[in-house]
Design a protein around this ligand. Sequence first.
Ligand SMILES: [Zn+2]
Length: 79
Amino acid sequence: MGQEPTERVANLKALAELEGYESVEALLEVAQFDCVIPGICTTAGCTYTVEVEPDQREGFCEACGTSTVQSALVLAERI
Ligand SMILES: [Zn+2]
């Protein structure tokens, strides 16, 4: 179940916004040097965010109860 690139971009933008970053680039800049970074649930309609490990691809979402949280770096395909 691969995600469309546009979906990843949309999730990244939502994540940057929810976490208070000016842009996706600003978020990724900070994220690449941290050991815990923002992640967001990739389920359509869910915007649950949580701090995750940089390589997290299937983090648990407390809002929808599935393992669909991906880190910002995973969404950006930087890892
Ligand atoms: Zn969710």
